[in-house]
Structures are given as C-alpha cells and as structure tokens.
Design a protein. Structure first.
Length: 126
C-alpha cells in the first residue's frame, strides 16, 4: 500500500513554504511593534539557522511582506527602511554568534576526542 499520497506531498510542501513565510511575517510584525516602541534591541532571527543559511536573507523578503501586509499594518510602510536594517543586522549578528559557537564546540569535541573521551560535559557544551 502506498502511504505517500498526493495530499501528503501537498502538506509537506505547504509546511516547507508556509512555515518559513509565516515565521518571516511574525518576525516583521513583531519587529515593527518593537521598533515603533523604541525597543529594537535583542531581536534574534532564528529562521536563518533553521533554514541552514550562511548569509542573511530574511530582510530580502520584506518588500513582498510589507506590500501584502502594509494595508493592515501601515506602520510597516512607515518604518520599512528601519525594520529592514534591524532585521539584516540581527541576522548577521546571529550568524556570527552561531559560527563562533560551532567553532568553540568543534574545538571542545576535538579536545575531548584527543583525550580519549567520548562525552563532553554540559558546561563545556554551552
């Protein structure tokens, strides 16, 4: 019996496309609120890591999102340059943090292996 029906494939494609799009929409709308309130610090865009990206990209999706959501959220149009700048900077910062963390974890794992260990402590992992 074939368990892979066209509906299953459609759901999988829907999840792959709509999930990241919805995440991007949520980030922009939340960031729009944050920026407008003057609290733009600390917004971390985790979609970059989730999608395995090596470069910032979510900020490039903003024109389409703002075009589609700007009628309902006019503050997006009013603040689009600032929102784009903040999202791009946060993505780039997150990627640097992720790269540093991976490099440190790789070194810790290599050191443990060289010492004949098969495990690392939680403290060393974080």
């Amino acid at each position: 019996m074939d368990t892979e029906s066209p509906a299953t494939g459609l759901v999988a494609v829907h999840d792959e496309v709509v999930g990241p799009a919805a995440h991007g929409q949520r980030v922009v709308l939340e960031l729009g609120d944050v920026v407008l309130e003057g609290l733009g610090e600390g917004v971390v865009v985790r979609g970059v890591a989730f999608l395995g990206q090596k470069q910032a990209f979510m900020y490039r999706l903003l024109p389409v999102l703002i075009e589609n959501m700007g009628g309902a959220y006019p503050e997006l149009n009013a603040q689009k340059e600032l929102i784009t700048k903040v999202i791009k900077e946060e993505e780039e910062s997150f990627l640097r943090t992720l790269e540093t963390g991976i490099r440190l974890l790789d070194k810790t794992m290599a050191d443990a292996k060289a010492a004949g260990k098969t495990e690392i402590s939680g403290k060393d992992a974080f």
